[in-house]
Design a protein around this ligand. Structure first.
Ligand SMILES: [Fe+2]
Ligand SMILES: [Fe+2]
Length: 265
Protein backbone atom coordinates (compact mmCIF):
# COMPACT_ATOMS: atom_id res chain seq x y z
CA UNK A 1 0.00 0.00 0.00
CA UNK A 2 1.28 3.49 -0.79
CA UNK A 3 2.31 5.63 2.15
CA UNK A 4 0.11 8.64 2.93
CA UNK A 5 1.42 12.15 2.40
CA UNK A 6 0.31 12.96 5.97
CA UNK A 7 2.54 10.21 7.42
CA UNK A 8 5.57 11.50 5.49
CA UNK A 9 4.89 15.07 6.63
CA UNK A 10 4.33 14.06 10.24
CA UNK A 11 7.62 12.17 10.28
CA UNK A 12 9.53 15.23 9.01
CA UNK A 13 7.78 17.49 11.55
CA UNK A 14 8.71 15.22 14.44
CA UNK A 15 12.38 14.95 13.42
CA UNK A 16 14.48 16.77 16.07
CA UNK A 17 17.88 16.72 14.42
CA UNK A 18 18.18 19.58 11.89
CA UNK A 19 20.00 17.55 9.22
CA UNK A 20 17.54 14.68 9.58
CA UNK A 21 14.63 17.15 9.30
CA UNK A 22 16.15 18.63 6.14
CA UNK A 23 16.52 15.15 4.59
CA UNK A 24 13.03 13.97 5.62
CA UNK A 25 11.47 17.19 4.27
CA UNK A 26 13.21 17.03 0.93
CA UNK A 27 12.32 13.36 0.63
CA UNK A 28 8.63 14.02 1.39
CA UNK A 29 8.54 16.78 -1.25
CA UNK A 30 10.31 14.59 -3.81
CA UNK A 31 8.14 11.55 -3.11
CA UNK A 32 5.00 13.67 -3.51
CA UNK A 33 6.27 15.07 -6.81
CA UNK A 34 7.06 11.59 -8.09
CA UNK A 35 3.60 10.34 -7.11
CA UNK A 36 4.94 7.95 -4.46
CA UNK A 37 2.61 9.22 -1.70
CA UNK A 38 -1.16 8.94 -1.60
CA UNK A 39 -3.41 11.95 -1.01
CA UNK A 40 -4.54 10.66 2.39
CA UNK A 41 -4.61 12.19 5.86
CA UNK A 42 -4.69 9.25 8.23
CA UNK A 43 -2.52 10.78 10.97
CA UNK A 44 -2.74 14.12 12.82
CA UNK A 45 -0.04 16.76 12.82
CA UNK A 46 1.76 17.22 16.16
CA UNK A 47 1.03 20.36 18.22
CA UNK A 48 4.75 20.92 18.66
CA UNK A 49 7.32 19.89 16.05
CA UNK A 50 10.60 18.17 16.94
CA UNK A 51 13.36 20.54 18.04
CA UNK A 52 17.06 19.91 18.69
CA UNK A 53 18.47 20.34 22.25
CA UNK A 54 20.28 23.47 21.05
CA UNK A 55 19.64 26.34 20.38
CA UNK A 56 18.16 27.27 23.71
CA UNK A 57 14.83 28.99 22.99
CA UNK A 58 14.23 32.27 24.82
CA UNK A 59 11.20 34.57 24.84
CA UNK A 60 11.83 37.41 22.33
CA UNK A 61 12.32 39.98 25.15
CA UNK A 62 15.12 37.91 26.71
CA UNK A 63 17.16 37.62 23.52
CA UNK A 64 20.62 39.25 23.75
CA UNK A 65 20.87 42.40 21.61
CA UNK A 66 22.48 41.72 18.26
CA UNK A 67 23.75 45.21 17.50
CA UNK A 68 24.37 46.55 14.01
CA UNK A 69 28.17 46.37 13.95
CA UNK A 70 30.15 44.48 11.35
CA UNK A 71 32.12 42.56 14.00
CA UNK A 72 32.73 38.82 13.63
CA UNK A 73 30.38 38.21 16.55
CA UNK A 74 27.71 40.41 14.98
CA UNK A 75 27.98 38.54 11.68
CA UNK A 76 27.64 35.18 13.39
CA UNK A 77 24.64 36.42 15.39
CA UNK A 78 22.97 37.59 12.15
CA UNK A 79 23.47 34.26 10.34
CA UNK A 80 22.42 32.32 13.41
CA UNK A 81 19.17 34.27 13.64
CA UNK A 82 18.54 33.65 9.92
CA UNK A 83 19.28 29.92 10.35
CA UNK A 84 16.65 29.74 13.08
CA UNK A 85 14.04 31.53 10.97
CA UNK A 86 14.62 29.11 8.08
CA UNK A 87 14.60 26.11 10.42
CA UNK A 88 11.21 27.06 11.85
CA UNK A 89 10.00 27.93 8.32
CA UNK A 90 10.48 24.25 7.38
CA UNK A 91 7.97 23.26 10.06
CA UNK A 92 5.59 26.10 9.17
CA UNK A 93 5.37 24.90 5.56
CA UNK A 94 5.12 21.21 6.51
CA UNK A 95 2.36 21.93 9.00
CA UNK A 96 0.46 23.99 6.41
CA UNK A 97 0.47 21.07 3.96
CA UNK A 98 -0.22 18.37 6.55
CA UNK A 99 -2.87 20.12 8.62
CA UNK A 100 -4.90 21.76 5.87
CA UNK A 101 -4.12 19.57 2.86
CA UNK A 102 -7.25 17.46 3.14
CA UNK A 103 -9.63 20.43 2.85
CA UNK A 104 -7.46 22.41 0.39
CA UNK A 105 -6.55 19.72 -2.16
CA UNK A 106 -3.60 18.32 -4.04
CA UNK A 107 -2.24 21.53 -5.58
CA UNK A 108 -2.09 23.11 -2.13
CA UNK A 109 -0.18 20.11 -0.74
CA UNK A 110 2.28 20.22 -3.66
CA UNK A 111 2.79 23.99 -3.32
CA UNK A 112 3.54 23.90 0.41
CA UNK A 113 5.72 20.79 0.18
CA UNK A 114 7.75 22.66 -2.45
CA UNK A 115 7.96 25.59 0.00
CA UNK A 116 9.11 23.22 2.78
CA UNK A 117 11.84 21.84 0.49
CA UNK A 118 12.98 25.42 -0.31
CA UNK A 119 13.12 26.27 3.42
CA UNK A 120 15.15 23.11 4.06
CA UNK A 121 17.60 24.21 1.37
CA UNK A 122 17.74 27.76 2.80
CA UNK A 123 18.46 26.35 6.24
CA UNK A 124 21.21 24.06 4.88
CA UNK A 125 22.88 26.88 2.92
CA UNK A 126 22.89 29.14 5.97
CA UNK A 127 24.13 26.43 8.31
CA UNK A 128 27.04 25.75 5.94
CA UNK A 129 27.80 29.48 5.82
CA UNK A 130 27.72 29.63 9.63
CA UNK A 131 30.17 26.72 9.80
CA UNK A 132 32.54 28.49 7.41
CA UNK A 133 32.38 31.45 9.82
CA UNK A 134 33.45 29.09 12.61
CA UNK A 135 30.03 28.61 14.24
CA UNK A 136 26.97 26.42 13.76
CA UNK A 137 23.21 26.37 14.35
CA UNK A 138 22.65 25.82 18.06
CA UNK A 139 25.72 27.78 19.20
CA UNK A 140 23.61 30.79 20.30
CA UNK A 141 20.14 31.13 21.82
CA UNK A 142 17.23 31.71 19.46
CA UNK A 143 13.83 33.22 19.97
CA UNK A 144 10.84 31.19 20.70
CA UNK A 145 8.06 33.30 19.16
CA UNK A 146 8.04 32.01 15.55
CA UNK A 147 5.97 28.91 16.05
CA UNK A 148 3.37 30.84 18.02
CA UNK A 149 1.64 32.27 14.95
CA UNK A 150 1.23 28.75 13.60
CA UNK A 151 -0.11 27.46 16.88
CA UNK A 152 -2.63 30.29 17.23
CA UNK A 153 -4.01 29.67 13.74
CA UNK A 154 -4.04 25.86 13.86
CA UNK A 155 -7.82 25.67 13.60
CA UNK A 156 -8.36 27.80 10.53
CA UNK A 157 -6.66 27.73 7.13
CA UNK A 158 -7.73 31.25 6.16
CA UNK A 159 -6.18 32.65 9.37
CA UNK A 160 -3.02 30.61 8.84
CA UNK A 161 -2.63 31.86 5.24
CA UNK A 162 -3.43 35.45 6.21
CA UNK A 163 -0.79 35.51 8.96
CA UNK A 164 2.06 33.15 8.05
CA UNK A 165 2.79 33.72 4.35
CA UNK A 166 0.94 37.04 3.91
CA UNK A 167 2.30 38.83 7.01
CA UNK A 168 5.37 37.01 8.34
CA UNK A 169 6.96 35.84 5.10
CA UNK A 170 5.97 39.09 3.39
CA UNK A 171 7.88 40.89 6.16
CA UNK A 172 10.95 38.94 5.01
CA UNK A 173 10.58 40.56 1.57
CA UNK A 174 10.70 44.00 3.27
CA UNK A 175 13.78 43.43 5.42
CA UNK A 176 15.97 41.13 3.32
CA UNK A 177 17.16 43.70 0.70
CA UNK A 178 18.73 45.92 3.40
CA UNK A 179 20.43 42.91 5.04
CA UNK A 180 21.65 41.83 1.61
CA UNK A 181 23.17 45.28 0.98
CA UNK A 182 24.93 45.23 4.38
CA UNK A 183 26.29 41.74 3.77
CA UNK A 184 27.49 42.72 0.28
CA UNK A 185 29.11 45.90 1.63
CA UNK A 186 31.02 43.83 4.20
CA UNK A 187 32.62 41.89 1.31
CA UNK A 188 30.73 38.64 1.95
CA UNK A 189 29.86 37.69 -1.63
CA UNK A 190 28.83 34.13 -0.75
CA UNK A 191 26.49 35.37 1.97
CA UNK A 192 25.00 37.91 -0.45
CA UNK A 193 24.26 35.24 -3.04
CA UNK A 194 22.53 33.08 -0.42
CA UNK A 195 20.30 36.00 0.56
CA UNK A 196 19.49 36.79 -3.09
CA UNK A 197 18.40 33.20 -3.65
CA UNK A 198 16.26 33.31 -0.49
CA UNK A 199 14.63 36.59 -1.54
CA UNK A 200 13.72 35.17 -4.97
CA UNK A 201 12.24 32.02 -3.42
CA UNK A 202 10.32 33.93 -0.74
CA UNK A 203 8.46 35.94 -3.39
CA UNK A 204 7.12 32.62 -4.66
CA UNK A 205 6.21 31.49 -1.13
CA UNK A 206 4.20 34.63 -0.46
CA UNK A 207 2.52 34.22 -3.86
CA UNK A 208 1.42 30.67 -3.00
CA UNK A 209 -0.04 32.01 0.26
CA UNK A 210 -1.84 34.89 -1.48
CA UNK A 211 -3.22 32.63 -4.24
CA UNK A 212 -4.62 30.03 -1.87
CA UNK A 213 -6.00 32.73 0.43
CA UNK A 214 -7.87 34.23 -2.54
CA UNK A 215 -9.32 30.79 -3.31
CA UNK A 216 -10.51 30.36 0.29
CA UNK A 217 -12.09 33.84 0.34
CA UNK A 218 -13.94 33.01 -2.85
CA UNK A 219 -15.09 29.65 -1.53
CA UNK A 220 -16.40 31.34 1.65
CA UNK A 221 -18.02 34.02 -0.46
CA UNK A 222 -16.24 36.70 1.57
CA UNK A 223 -14.73 39.98 0.43
CA UNK A 224 -11.01 39.23 0.04
CA UNK A 225 -9.56 42.40 1.59
CA UNK A 226 -12.01 42.67 4.51
CA UNK A 227 -11.52 39.00 5.37
CA UNK A 228 -7.72 39.38 5.37
CA UNK A 229 -7.85 42.50 7.52
CA UNK A 230 -10.24 40.91 10.03
CA UNK A 231 -8.06 37.80 10.34
CA UNK A 232 -4.84 39.78 10.74
CA UNK A 233 -6.50 41.96 13.39
CA UNK A 234 -7.76 38.95 15.29
CA UNK A 235 -4.65 36.78 15.06
CA UNK A 236 -1.77 39.18 14.67
CA UNK A 237 -2.58 42.21 16.78
CA UNK A 238 -3.64 44.18 13.72
CA UNK A 239 -0.77 46.29 12.41
CA UNK A 240 1.88 45.55 9.80
CA UNK A 241 5.11 47.53 9.87
CA UNK A 242 6.48 49.74 7.09
CA UNK A 243 8.72 50.35 5.21
CA UNK A 244 7.34 47.93 2.63
CA UNK A 245 9.13 46.45 -0.36
CA UNK A 246 6.22 47.32 -2.65
CA UNK A 247 7.71 45.85 -5.84
CA UNK A 248 8.52 42.45 -4.28
CA UNK A 249 5.12 42.40 -2.58
CA UNK A 250 3.40 43.18 -5.86
CA UNK A 251 5.36 40.40 -7.59
CA UNK A 252 4.05 38.11 -4.85
CA UNK A 253 0.45 39.21 -5.49
CA UNK A 254 0.02 41.59 -2.54
CA UNK A 255 -1.30 45.00 -3.49
CA UNK A 256 -0.55 48.17 -1.57
CA UNK A 257 -4.32 48.69 -1.22
CA UNK A 258 -4.49 45.53 0.84
CA UNK A 259 -1.72 46.02 3.41
CA UNK A 260 -1.43 49.82 3.29
CA UNK A 261 -4.56 50.29 5.36
CA UNK A 262 -3.21 48.09 8.16
CA UNK A 263 0.18 49.82 8.30
CA UNK A 264 1.24 51.33 11.62
CA UNK A 265 3.61 54.27 11.47
FE1 LIG B 1 13.15 30.64 3.53
FE1 LIG C 1 9.55 31.03 2.89
Amino acid sequence: MTRSVAAAIREALLECDPRAKVMATRKAARDWRLDRLSFAFDVDMPDTPGRPDAPELLPPNRMPKRGKGGSERGRIALWHALAHIEFVAIDLALDMAGRFGREMGETFVGDFLAVAADEALHYALIDRHLRLLGSHYGALPAHDGLWEAAHKTRGNVSARLAVVPMVLEARGLDVTPATLERVKASGDARGASILQRILDDEIRHVRFGATHFADVAERLNEDHDSLWKALVSRHFGGAVKPPFNDSARLAAGLSRDLYGSLACS
